[in-house]
Design a protein around this ligand. Structure first.
Ligand code: GLU
Length: 473
């Protein structure tokens, strides 16, 4: 065999009846990995034959999602509807060879036939003399159609129980399974990797290949994704679209890594594998038979790991667009913005989480009453008095993000010993500072937060909190 004949050709064939969801993205990724692993070809085919539900907006969204995930294709997008002439040619070929025939039987007639022959006997029709009726494919009476699935192993379908099924309407418009098989044949697809909801379509598609006299591709039916509750993911149940994940602040490389591991890989879903690793290791036959669980919590965790590893400039630029969406693009102090982003790079798990964590640096704190009640009691007033005195004592060396002496180390050196000095737990000391300067109990590290906010603003906010505390007692 020449290398040209061996070359892997895969396709991703979404129906543009909605956005690209996480399950579809995983199918796209597996196809893409199979192609890149072998130096093969990825074809993008848009299965737009459902004219009522397919829309150009959905096509655009799917392409956009694939591009964002960095899953590039080598051929296409090819519209299935646009291939009507090719489908007609294949249909004619089967009519000419007698592998397909027009049958004028109505649904009632088929029912009557089945009543006579037994319900599990596949319908066999009679060619209409005048060419009227739907076009059916002849299914042999004997033997099995065998799907030798790369993942599921051998799955047998007895031909006897399959109807001579309709492949085209009388107006020449073709049906789904016929179009898919003709397209896969014409495009020289060598491996079909798709969701196992399509396994039941495969015998019909194989029968079309057989009738066309063309060697079929290998099939790899990937188990569908389930949610953490064990239920199948669907558009109505927990299946986030790629666009939603992007807007939620996930990174494409983290999504690629995480969804690759759903059903494939070293056995857990926490392994960090670069795209190069994935390409090198992925083989469709290694995908597991059991369904995998998409757990957004795990994706979050993995995304956090990827965010930490991002080069500083890349991380800043990625965060910036999320922040601009929140602030309406009003200008922020750039130095403070960069410093703020840096101190939460290890903490935030999504790009969207960054702004809520650093917002206090640019706006007066919005006091969370629950946090206030929880923290601002007992020793809090005494703590804040001590803290204020210590911070005032930091010399204005010009160091630090605000050039006022409040460098992280300087702040740390005065605040770190305080719990011991006051004989209080760390929380009792640092939470009141946190609530005073951010309004909440959640913030970046306290030394970093104080340094980022700077001398003037930190002391002003502590002063406000102290007088509120005094009023309260
Ligand atoms: N268009 C089908 C879908 O979106 C995929 C068909 C296939 O991969 O063969 O579910």
């Amino acid at each position: 065999m020449s290398t040209a004949e061996k070359a892997t050709r895969v396709r991703f064939a979404p129906s543009p009846t909605g956005a690209l969801h996480i399950g579809g993205a995983r199918t796209a990724l597996y196809n893409w990995l199979a192609a890149r692993h072998d130096g093969g070809t990825m074809v993008l085919r848009i299965e737009d034959t459902d004219l009522e539900r397919s829309t150009p907006e959905n096509v655009a969204q799917i392409l956009d999602a694939l591009r964002w995930l960095d899953l590039d294709w080598d051929e296409g997008p090819i519209s299935q509807v646009g291939r009507a002439n090719d489908h007609a040619a294949a249909l004619q070929k089967l009519l000419d060879s007698g592998a397909a025939y027009p049958d004028s039987a109505t649904a009632e007639d088929v029912k009557a036939w089945k009543a006579e022959h037994g319900a599990d006997r596949g319908y066999r029709g009679t060619p209409s003399g005048d060419g009227s009726g739907a076009i059916r494919l002849r299914v042999p009476d004997d033997g099995d159609t065998v799907v030798d699935d790369l993942i599921r192993g051998e799955v047998r379908f007895p031909n006897r129980s399959y109807d001579d099924f309709v492949i085209a309407r009388n107006d020449g418009s073709v049906l789904y399974n016929f179009a898919v098989a003709v397209d896969d044949a014409d495009m020289g697809i060598t491996e079909v990797i798709r969701g196992d909801d399509h396994l039941s379509n495969t015998p019909k598609q194989l029968l079309v290949f057989e009738a066309l006299g063309i060697k079929p591709p290998r099939y790899a039916h990937v188990p569908l994704l389930h949610g953490p509750d064990g239920k199948k993911l669907s558009k109505r149940h927990g299946a986030a679209s790629v666009q939603e994940l992007r807007d939620a602040g996930y990174l494409p490389e983290a999504i690629r890594n995480y969804i690759a591991l759903l059903g494939w890989g070293p056995g857990d879903d926490e392994t960090l594998l670069s795209t190069d690793d994935l390409v090198e290791r992925f083989r469709p036959e290694d995908v597991g038979k059991s369904s995998a669980v998409f757990d957004e919590k795990k994706l979050r965790w993995m995304n956090g790991r990827y965010m930490r590893e991002m080069p500083a400039w890349e991380y800043l630029e990625a965060v910036r667009s999320f922040v601009e969406a929140e602030t309406g693009g009003r200008p922020l102090n750039e130095e403070r913005f960069e410093f703020g982003c840096r101190i939460v790079q290890e903490k935030a798990q999504t790009l969207r989480e960054v702004w809520p964590l650093i917002r206090f640096l640019f706006e007066p704190p919005v006091q969370d009453d629950k946090a206030w009640r929880k923290v601002m009691k007992g020793e809090a007033a005494r703590v804040l008095t001590e803290v204020e005195a210590l911070l005032i004592g930091i010399a204005d060396s010009g160091e630090g993000p605000n050039h006022d002496g409040f460098a992280i180390e300087a702040v740390q050196s005065v605040l770190e010993p305080l719990p011991e000095k006051l004989d209080l737990g760390a929380g009792k000391v640092f939470q009141p500072i946190r609530v005073a300067i951010t309004g909440t109990t959640i913030s970046p590290g306290i030394f970093e937060s104080v340094a980022a906010l700077g001398r003037e603003e930190t002391l002003a906010r502590i002063e406000v909190a102290r007088s509120k505390l005094a009023d309260q007692s």
